[in-house]
Design a protein around this ligand. Sequence first.
Ligand code: PHE
Length: 335
Amino acid sequence: MIEKIDSLKQEIDSFTINSEEELEAFRLEFLSRNGKVQDMFKLMGQVPNDQKAAMGKAMNEVKNLAQERFDSAKESLSGKEAVTFGAADDISLPVTPKYTGSLHPLTRALREIKQIFLRLGFNIADGPELEDDFHNFTALNFPPDHPARDMQDTFFVKRSEENPDENLVMRTHTSPVQIRLMKDTQPPIRSIMPGRVYRNEAVTAKSYFQFNQVEGLYVDENVTLGELIETLVMFAKLMYGSDVKYRVRPSFFPFTEPSLEMDIWWNNEKGGQWLEILGAGMVDPNVFDAVDVDSETYTGFAFGMGVDRIALLRYGIDDIRTLYENDIRVLRQFK
Ligand code: PHE
């Protein structure tokens, strides 16, 4: 009898309980109504009277042992669960930030500009960033002594005093692409020409030595100044909303006559000011002559807009340099 009790004790001790399932198996095996502990008590009838007290005590110890193992296993199992749950789902723990990529504000502004002009029936053309003197200046009616032809304003890659035609410059505007387009294609032409341009300028919050322009050119019979202004106003409203504050004022460029500029009201830290976003005008007949387009038959308008300034205004950036520093903390704000 005492051996049976001892072996049951060992069985209880060595039973592994590592899961809810095993805990339940333990309960059925030992503690249930048909379990081994109850079976053991049934043997009491066979115990001689003088041993009943001792056996009863030993059996009760086994029963208590089984109950204790059950209770402590149950407790540690529920404790274990709380720990796993806590580590995964404690909402007070700091999270590891996850960043998705985003488009650079210049890329976004450029895409918006392209979309607007594609809607207005323009197609897209481009040209080289390294230009010769003819395309960047001469064909665009710049007189030989124009200040833009000076080192102060232009990055010369190659400069020849004897033969200025050999000059190579980082293009100072996208207007030379107009020249290439008109040399290659007969009107009607309705294109925009996006690209990077370079100027030997002091860097300020509003200007950089390298920036982006979108040139526009529309050449056909009977293109008018009214259509130019209408197109630019339409652009401003599509870009900034119909309540945009804009103004158009007369200006001068060698390659357009008449010429104008468009300003957009810039709400910045200093309370606000007008910011010029583009130059434009009617293509000067001298330009048509330089590219062999018949200026008796055709008229045209052209514009050149600054993508960087358009982005400043569009996304509320107050310093153009921000666009080129690529500070990741800044870029992440443009989702
Ligand atoms: N190229 C001029 C500039 O960079 C802008 C312009 C383009 C003006 C086309 C008139 C027509 O300032």
